[in-house]
Design a protein around this ligand. Structure first.
Ligand SMILES: NC(=O)CC[C@H](N)C(=O)O
Length: 722
């Protein structure tokens, strides 16, 4: 039987030897066409031109583009590349590539390696089958990819990958990168203006991101023995193992040898690709692990995470593992998140979300800190929507993953600071001002030294010098949540600047104006702050009273993206327009419908074709047994065979329910499929189809506990998790 073969094979496996030659620091980014590589490979003119494009978004003229392309080509070929590709992130959430060879015959007996500025800068990629939400019709499906010089090209395997945006013929964004880049420009502009209240030398503010990638590793043969894991990415049934994570003995434990060699192999690949992985460890659930890099500029960090996920899958295959990025592959134990640690840094080297030693710098810290809280308060439903997916719905609200209600956690010390600021009087006397500076604002760094509180139930937690957006799911492209977060904070900082400038124009001193506006923000953003247990019923009730949204499912959450308030925000900040937002809404709903549909199909198949036949087989054995007992014991067999008779009856009962529920689920699916649009379909899949999953699972899992272990075909939780 596949299950037992898989178990035997998985137990026989040995760690794969990984050769680590050379110092890591010397291998770092050798396959990346970064600033150092460009400086070496290019003329001064070409180099300066690319740097100006990176720093100030300047255009690269065609002649220089040819020079850049030639340098890039020669560099890539020297690294073993034979092909190049525009590498982009369509709205499937993954990455896309279509390789073209450098090689080009110029006559019957001669060929050259060709790659010009034209091929570098823009391509008509076709790529007409990617989701576009009605922006493109199949008969006019042209799409373009255009080079994003702010993220460096790299050679992976034998291919030069050039990070690009992906847009339609008519200019609408069809990917995750385009709106992210626009949001990053918006936050740069808004934050720079505000930072200049405190330091005139600031010319640029960069949003930074440090993601934490959680994942599960399952032995390849074991995974292949579970159609649900292979097709839906999660187990749709399976009785809880006696031992899961309750002893906390896996978390931060010694890393298993096979996993460690996988991690080392992966780190080596990442090193060459310039992904600065720093941390690796066991996570809470059995077979769950995490990688985290040093933080980077957001666009680069998003690209690196997308690349990492691809590399993780490939390296896992070499080590006979399957890597699971699903947010909830196993019921009853922790799911996987991708916590996004976000901050803002100036070109003068200051982290705007780090408290500092001087009161004036702390006023700057408080400005950005409070504006962020206010932004989250204003637009919390958009943050919730930015992490919404069919798969993340299973994760949120349990096992150290935050609930669907967005709130901000800042810790006891900063709560005290905000409380003190809030009650300070309107027009500060000189004395009060000094007191405030010395005893409230000036004290922040001291308070912080040894108090980094953690609240794992908080979706958005301040952790000392950055905010950690914990609700992001492990499978997600961080471009989406980062686009939203940076847009809403940009909007808030813009408002802040307007309000402060208005007060200054009326004759108020700058510092007083800043205090005044911050004080009003503290008051008006109180409802978003919550320090307690995010899982408690009291919080749910309290949040409802405060008027916070609580969208437990993706279809409800996504609707927030197309409210007039949301459209006005994204249009005003120049990030996405109405057409793009409507298209994205449709694409996300369609993805939701298809994901639930696939799960439903797989579940129906497994229930009918694995579980029921196995149960019947076992029931037949029991029937034979009862018949035999009757032969031996005559009429008194009823007493001797009481247990067996009971089991036979129970098995029949479970089989009956499985059949009827599966039929009903299929009917519900048919009804949903006939609905006229994706909004209605998604709603129906969510509320009419999905509820059957748990009901069917319940009866299948009961049968698992009844049927002879020798007959059970599906690899069990205890085997997948031991
Ligand atoms: N220790 C942790 O931070 C666990 C986080 C948890 N795995 C999540 O889903 O987000």
């Amino acid at each position: 039987m596949l299950r037992f073969n898989a178990l035997t094979e998985s137990q026989r496996r040995q760690p794969i030897a990984v050769a680590e030659n050379g110092k890591r620091s010397e291998l770092f980014a050798v396959n990346v066409f970064n600033e150092a590589a460009m400086r070496q490979a290019m003329t001064r003119e070409a180099f300066e031109s690319v740097m100006n494009a990176i720093r100030y978004g300047e255009k690269i003229d065609r002649r220089v583009a040819d020079q850049v392309a030639a340098a890039m080509r020669d560099w890539a070929i020297s690294k073993g590349a034979t092909h190049y590709t525009h590498w982009f992130q369509p709205l499937t959430g993954g990455t896309a590539e279509k390789h073209d060879a450098f090689f080009e015959p110029v006559s019957r007996d001669r060929a050259i390696e060709r790659f010009g500025g034209g091929q570098l800068v823009q391509q008509e990629s076709d790529a007409s089958s990617f989701p576009n939400g009605g922006i493109r019709n199949t008969f006019e499906a042209r799409g373009y990819t255009a080079w994003d010089p702010t993220s460096p090209p790299f050679v992976y395997g034998t291919t030069l990958c050039i990070p690009t945006i992906f847009i339609s013929y008519t200019g609408e964004a069809l990917d995750n990168k385009t709106p992210l880049l626009k949001a990053l420009t918006a936050i740069d502009t808004a934050a720079t203006e505000v930072a200049r209240y405190f330091d005139k030398n600031v010319n640029k503010v960069t949003a930074t991101l440090g993601w934490e990638q959680e994942y599960f590793l399952v032995d390849k043969t074991l995974a292949y023995s579970r159609p649900d894991l292979m097709i839906a990415g999660r187990t749709l049934l399976g009785h809880q193992a006696a031992k899961g994570q309750q002893l906390d003995d896996h978390y931060f434990g010694s890393i298993p040898e096979r996993v460690l060699s996988y991690m080392r192999d992966l780190e080596h690949e990442c090193l060459l690709l310039g992904i600065p992985l720093k941390t690796r460890h066991n996570e809470v659930a059995p077979h769950q692990f995490e990688f985290a890099p040093i933080f980077e500029e957001t666009n680069l960090a998003v690209d690196q995470n997308a690349l990492l996920m691809d590399v993780m899958r490939k390296v896992a295959d070499r080590h006979s593992f399957v890597v699971l990025f699903h947010e909830k592959p196993f019921a009853g134990v922790n799911g996987s998140g991708k916590h996004n640690n976000w901050s803002l840094a100036t070109d003068t080297g200051i982290n705007l979300l780090a408290p500092s030693r001087t009161p004036i710098k702390n006023l700057q810290f408080l400005t950005f800190f409070i504006c962020t809280i206010k932004a989250v308060c204003q637009y919390e439903p958009l943050l919730r929507a930015s992490v919404a997916s069919a798969t993340n719905d299973y994760r949120l609200g349990a096992n150290e993953a935050p609930p669907a209600i967005v709130s901000v956690f800042i810790g006891e010390q900063l709560t005290k600071v905000l409380d003190a600021l809030e009650v300070a009087s309107e027009e500060l006397s000189q004395e009060e001002k000094t007191d405030l500076k010395l005893n409230v604002v000036g004290k922040i760094p001291d308070l912080f030294l040894d108090t980094t509180d953690r609240n794992r139930t908080s979706p958005f937690a301040f952790t000392g010098n950055k905010f950690e957006f914990r609700a992001v799911g492990s499978k997600a492209n961080c471009g989406r949540p980062m686009m939203v977060l940076n847009t809403i904070v940009a909007k808030q900082l813009t408002n802040f600047k307007k309000e402060v400038d208005a007060l200054i124009a009326k004759g108020m001193k700058k510092e007083d104006a800043i205090f005044k506006v911050l004080r009003s923000y503290i008051k008006t953003s109180k409802k978003i702050r919550f320090e307690g247990d995010g899982y408690s019923k009291q919080w749910e009730d309290e949040a409802a009273k405060r008027g916070l949204s609580n969208h437990k499912t993706t279809p409800e959450a996504l609707k927030e993206n197309i409210t007039e308030k949301a459209i006005a925000l994204f249009e005003e900040m120049g990030v996405l327009n109405r057409v793009e937002l409507m298209a994205r809404y449709e694409i996300a709903l369609e993805e939701y419908v298809k994901t639930v549909q696939i799960e439903s199909r797989v579940l129906g198949d497994i229930a009918r074709n694995h579980i029921v036949p196995t149960a019947v087989r076992y029931q037949n054995t029991l029937i034979e047994n009862v018949k035999g007992l009757k032969e031996i014991f005559g009429e008194s067999y009823q007493e001797v065979a009481a247990e067996q008779l009971e089991l036979i009856r129970h098995i029949s009962e479970h089989i009956k329910v499985i059949h009827s529920k599966t039929d009903a689920m299929i009917e519900a699916r048919k009804r949903a499929n006939h609905l006229p649009n994706f909004e209605e379909k998604a709603h129906s899949y969510c509320h009419e189809v999905k509820p059957f999953f748990d009901e069917i699972r319940y009866h299948c899992d009961k049968l698992e506990m009844m049927v002879d272990d020798e007959l059970w075909t599906l690899t069990k939780y205890r085997e997948l998790m031991s």
